[in-house]
Design a protein around this ligand. Structure first.
Ligand SMILES: Nc1ncnc2c1ncn2[C@@H]1O[C@H](COP(=O)(O)OP(=O)(O)OP(=O)(O)O)[C@@H](O)[C@H]1O
Ligand SMILES: [Mg+2]
Length: 272
């Protein structure tokens, strides 16, 4: 299915000078303090940073579930002021409804977000996505009958079923073993080719960020600001790309940046 936008914009997601503090019993907790992230249409940005620095908070700001105290979040050039149905989300531990089949779990967002699709078209779309991630034949199973990797694939289908413009993945592969994770990475590339989206991936895995994304943003420790941006310059999305000297250089750069973010290494004023 072809997506059309009213006008061609440089960036689909623009986060400018965002600051945010949570109100807590012991006073405000500043979480984000000067966040700038731009993701062009069709781009895939990974966000890495120390635990608790505000990455999940960032996903809520993009989805319109939370609003910044200062600065702006724009989606398709429009300021985000309410929850966005055009954003799909998948998380580390996908919550599936056990009394529904896998197919009906994938179709769930279509019952919540208004859709033009007929009931048959909705089912066809869910079946198509499940086949795309290799879950053909599992449509009528219950979630508990799936492995962790399969559940995560079904959760990806659910996040994509209403053709979101933006797909947010908050550590979706974190709980999987290394081999299953690599399978899922490859599936992500296949899915993105067939079902184009603009992606934001939160991850702790630097290899994952380089393999999947075209831009990796490193956040500083809390309150987080944009500390460093790495452009992943490669067309090679074969898993072998993880073992090239170029990737080793990028990993080393990111690792140093994470050490700075964690306060374990001096910033040295030359983040590059
Ligand atoms: N609703 C809330 N009210 C108050 N504090 C919150 C709330 N949500 C998150 N926090 C705090 O804000 C900080 C950032 O939380 P967030 O979940 O965004 O971090 P994160 O980078 O996603 O962490 P992790 O890497 O562990 O997933 C944490 O200190 C957390 O305790
Ligand atoms: Mg988080």
């Amino acid at each position: 299915m072809v997506k059309r936008y009213e006008s061609v914009m440089e960036n689909l997601i623009d986060i400018r000078g965002v600051r945010h503090a949570y109100k807590t019993a012991s006073g405000p907790l500043p979480v984000l303090d000067g966040l700038d992230i731009s993701v062009p249409e069709g781009g895939f940005t990974a966000v890495v940073g120390p635990s608790g620095c505000g990455k999940s908070t960032l996903t809520k700001l993009i989805a319109g579930l939370l609003f910044p105290d200062d600065g702006d979040v724009f989606l398709q050039g429009k300021k985000v002021t309410s929850p966005r149905a055009t954003v799909g989300m998948a998380f580390q531990n996908p919550v599936m409804l056990e009394w529904r089949t896998v197919l009906k779990n994938v179709m769930l967002p279509l019952e919540i977000v208004p859709t033009q699709l007929s009931r048959t078209e909705q089912e066809d779309r869910a079946r198509y996505l499940l086949a795309l991630v290799g879950l053909e034949g599992f449509e009528d199973k219950r979630p508990s009958e799936l492995s962790g990797g399969m559940r995560q694939r079904a959760s990806l289908c659910r996040a994509l079923v209403h053709q979101p413009d933006v797909l947010i993945l908050d550590e979706p592969f974190g709980a999987l073993d290394a081999f299953t994770r690599e399978d899922l990475w490859q599936i992500m590339h296949q899915v993105k080719e067939k079902e184009p989206f603009t992606g934001v991936l939160i991850t702790h895995d630097l290899r994952e960020s380089i393999y999947l994304a075209d831009q990796v943003v490193v956040l500083s420790g809390r309150p987080a600001r944009t500390q460093f941006v790495l452009d992943v310059k490669t067309d090679n999305r074969d898993i072998e790309m993880l073992y090239t000297p170029q990737t080793a250089d990028m990993l080393s750069t990111l690792r140093k940046q994470i050490e700075i973010a964690q306060g374990r290494s001096p910033a040295a004023g030359d983040a590059t």
